[in-house]
Design a binder for this molecule. Structure first.
Ligand code: FAD
Length: 477
């Protein structure tokens, strides 16, 4: 072990959550060091890959707080922690203003609330991955500059390994830097490592029996190190069973042209999603994020197929950002098509009689306006379309995992909670490494950028409040 150093705050992870917390704490004149595991100047993370739409529950995050709060309730069906939802809703607008004060630029990228506050320059509207010089890339450079202006430090190539605890208080973090172990002592530690989506063991423990058969629709940097470090010191975990993600073309597993866009959600939520027996296995009407989670939980997540007809292809298939029609075909993807269900079954190697029974049962449910057959299907907001008139089409799909929605349990001040529900002194967490706000049995999605920025800012506020008594100078407003 090499030497030690004493600072006020060490932040683990230099994504949106970590930089926001770090800058806010530095504004209060605290001595802040943000550590980032990657050595690269343009270190990859989900904040760099992001599409850049700052929203809450797919709506404008700067709206009236009560309205925003109700939107979270609707999206999560009330399953999330109410205190976290209230904190998110009531701090959303000021967080966006604060980000603008740091130099982050926004534009309105579309007529709806989802696109009202989009990073500038906006993400490229093309299939495949394009992050250089746009949205998240520019945001991270801007925030890193803001941190330096506040005399905070960002050190790359330093990976947190475990937390240092003394008398029940977190007093630092053990790190590896250039292969050398050392300890960074601090009065508080903020975990902002971005989730556990890229850790196969944790994904197997919580989410899917076959992690290697999921598409990493992410930067592969969320290795769950924050969750493991927190769990090791007695932190409580919450909502770890679900993730935010989208249904993607199966070829995306090996072909970069097909991820993170196009997403196939709108086809799946209008038509049917089938397993390898030709049977429906989930409620398509609960939305694309829910269906993606259901696919991930199959014994073989690479066995799911979506099936639809021309009317769906030319209707919902053209809907949403970079939809399958025409972007999947433009990127080189193909539909599997046949004039009858039986011929399609043969092409998909599915049992024809079972597939026919599945489609007949589904169509009669649609005609009756009620889908009671197992599994039942919700009819709003995603209306089931009949799969009635040939040619019929199918697309083999996979579950694209963007980030895990559950994780370390925190209170509304971003303080980490122990299994008994008490605050673990000196330990905070923010962003995709945390749980409690979104996910759960309906995979309700609140929003990645809003969660990471708002709770990053709240973590910084808490540091300012709890450490300012002995901070080097008075806390700024
Ligand atoms: C393709 C894509 C599109 C998206 N589009 C949107 C969108 O339009 N709107 C939206 O709301 N959300 C979107 N998201 C999600 C959103 O971008 C993320 O949820 C958010 O940026 C996460 O921020 P974070 O700071 O919590 O984590 P990250 O940005 O992942 O940052 C975590 C950082 O911690 C570092 N780290 C990890 N472990 C350690 C360790 N042990 N020691 C030191 N450093 C460590 C990582 O290297 C990383 O740099 C998208 C995500 C992706 C991948």
């Amino acid at each position: 072990m090499t030497g030690t150093e004493q600072i006020d705050v060490v932040v683990v992870g230099a994504g949106l959550a970590g930089l926001t917390a770090g800058i806010r704490a530095a504004e209060a004149d605290l001595r802040v060091r943000v550590i980032e595991q990657s050595t690269d100047e343009a270190y990859l993370c989900n904040s760099r890959y992001t599409g850049g739409l700052f929203h809450i529950a797919m709506e404008d995050m700067t709206g009236d707080a009560a309205w925003v709060r109700a939107n979270i309730e609707r999206a999560t069906r009330g399953e999330g922690n109410g205190e976290l939802a209230t904190a998110l809703a009531s701090n959303a607008k000021r967080t966006l203003i604060w980000l603008k004060q740091q130099g982050v630029r926004f534009i309105t990228a579309g007529p709806d609330g989802l696109r009202r506050n989009s990073l500038a320059p906006p993400g490229v509207r093309q299939t495949g991955l394009h992050w250089q010089g746009r949205a998240g890339d520019v945001m991270l450079r801007t925030l890193a500059d803001a941190l330096r202006r506040r005399s905070g430090t960002l050190t790359r190539g330093v990976a947190a390994q475990s937390l240092v605890m003394e008398d029940g208080r977190c007093v630092g973090v053990r790190v590896l830097e250039n292969g050398q172990a050392s300890e960074i002592r601090a009065r508080s530690v903020v975990l902002a490592d971005g989730g556990f989506q890229a850790n196969a063991d944790l994904v197997k423990r919580f989410i899917s029996p076959a992690p290697d058969r999921l598409l990493m629709r992410n930067a592969r940097t969320g290795q769950g190190s924050g969750l493991k470090m927190a769990e090791d010191v007695g932190a409580s975990l919450v909502g770890t069973e679900s993730f935010y993600g989208h249904i993607q073309y199966r070829e995306a597993m090996t072909d970069e042209r097909f991820w993170p866009y196009p997403v196939l959600d709108s086809l799946a939520t209008a038509g049917v999603v089938l397993n390898s027996d030709g049977e429906r296995f989930c409620d398509e009407g609960l939305g694309g994020v829910y269906v993606t989670n259901a696919i991930a939980k199959l014994a073989d997540p690479l066995s799911a197929v979506i099936l639809f007809d021309d009317a769906i292809w030319n209707g919902p298939g053209t809907d949403w950002l970079l939809p399958a029609n025409p972007f999947l075909l433009n990127a080189g993807g193909k539909l599997i098509s046949a004039p009858t269900i039986e011929q399609l079954a043969a092409q998909l190697s599915l049992p024809a009689d079972k597939l026919r029974a599945t489609i007949d049962g589904y169509n009669s449910g649609v005609a009756a306006g009620q889908m009671v057959a197992a599994p039942p299907r919700t009819t709003s907001p995603y209306k089931p379309w009949p799969v009635a008139k040939g040619p019929f089409h199918a697309i083999p799909v996979c579950a694209g995992v963007t980030y895990t929605m559950g994780g370390i349990a925190t209170n509304a001040k971003a303080q980490v909670l122990s299994q008994g529900g008490a605050v673990i002194p000196g330990l905070l967490a923010a962003g995709a490494t945390t749980g409690g706000l979104e996910g759960f049995s309906f995979s309700g999605y609140s929003g990645g950028l809003s969660k990471s920025s708002v709770f990053g800012l709240i973590a910084g506020d808490t540091l300012a409040e709890t450490l300012s008594g002995t901070a080097r100078a008075a806390q700024s407003a």
